[in-house]
Design a protein around this ligand. Sequence first.
Ligand code: ATP
Length: 455
Amino acid sequence: MAETNQMEKIVSFCKRRGFIFPTSEIYGGLANSYSYGPYGVELKNNIKKMWWKKFVQKRPDIVGMDGPILLNSKLWEASGHTTGFNDAMVDCKKCQKRFRADHLVKELTGEDMEGELERMTQVLQTGLKCPECGKSDWTEVKKMSQMFSTEMNGVEGLIYLRPETAGAIFSDYKNIVDSMRVKIPFGVAQIGKAFRNEIVARNFIFRIREFEQMEIEYFIEPEAEWEVMFEKWLDEQEEFALSIGAKKEDLKRYEHPKAKLSHYSRKTVDTEYNFPFGFGELFGLAHRGDFDLSQHSKFSGQKLDYFDQTNNKRYTPHVLEPTVGLDRLILTAICAGYTEEKLENGEERTVLKFPNAVAPIKIAVFPLMKNKPELVEKARGIFENLSEQWMCEFDDNGNVGKRYRRQDEIGTPYCVTVDFESLEDGAVTVRDRDTMRQERIQIAELESYFGNKLN
Ligand code: ATP
């Protein structure tokens, strides 16, 4: 119950404070879909930037790309998605509630029966009760495609909204190899929307039908010592989770049992985060062999291999695939940062203890009073100057104590207040979110002060 309360608190906090809203709300909403509000979009952009910096900007062996959502349908035939990207569903005949069968069976029995449709049907029919209505009257467990489809002028047949971003990386593999002089091992990274017609969307933005992924296909030599690289990728994924504020003790790894792996995969390990509703997959890492390039080569009739000049040999590279859901990272950052504190004076405050790089607003600038033009003018000047480099907010509403609380709630690391003394001594009060300590800093030094703190 405590966990549910924590999640409910976070969902309503996100709405109240402009992070994440239920979408199309004025029309009654749309099946667990959300919009990112003004602070949510900053948070999202910051996490994207941090990921791109770590995995593209600072990596000489990784390049980026940005493919479209709509791709040639043959691609999804080759990857096996058109026929094989299914989830198992089951309906309660009494209350008509629909469930994802493997999740339901796991919840009710503790056993992972993913992919075992008949067994799940049998187990449910031993009298397991519907968590919604308490009755036991189930349909058979059936497969349901997760692919969203649409039509495009000038194109025959259905086309699909990509269910993962990886597809375009494989179909553009040849263009990247031909244009970029990449040398194995190398990676291609992409951030973008993916669409899955999930049977049940739930747990806020943890499981939604339109979400964003940040994926890398890392191409390696077939004979390479992949186990070492695999471990390194796991560590890098963990490092990234820590950099957005997750605590190490809230992360754990889950290795998929060999028997459940796809025939082409040598190893798959998920990194899970301890959300208020329990551990859930945040990152995935899979060794996919040469399955993807071989399939796309077979279906397209094009050679998708690599010529290793140093060793004078040609081969189809194998691939390691580190992937993560951006929305799940955002939820992680919010859950990890969300803190309710009792202060020494007995007051309570809610603080989002975001790392600086994650915080949507870096600095809030206040004139002590809004009806004193000299203060307002000076504060505006400071805002204009600092906002050249950082996302800042100008606020002249209500008393300063309340303004501090508001910034604490949205996770702003620093507040700058212009008071009457500032007009005399050219200094302002800078207040730190976590320690709540205040210090006087010369206006002329603010840029270098924040440069040291924030950059
Ligand atoms: P799950 O088992 O939770 O359905 P998955 O194993 O199908 O996830 P992948 O295909 O590995 O997920 O997708 C890569 C990443 O995309 C996941 O690690 C997760 O962070 C994210 N992701 C997958 N499905 C969703 C979704 N419906 N909503 C939000 N993020 C998602």
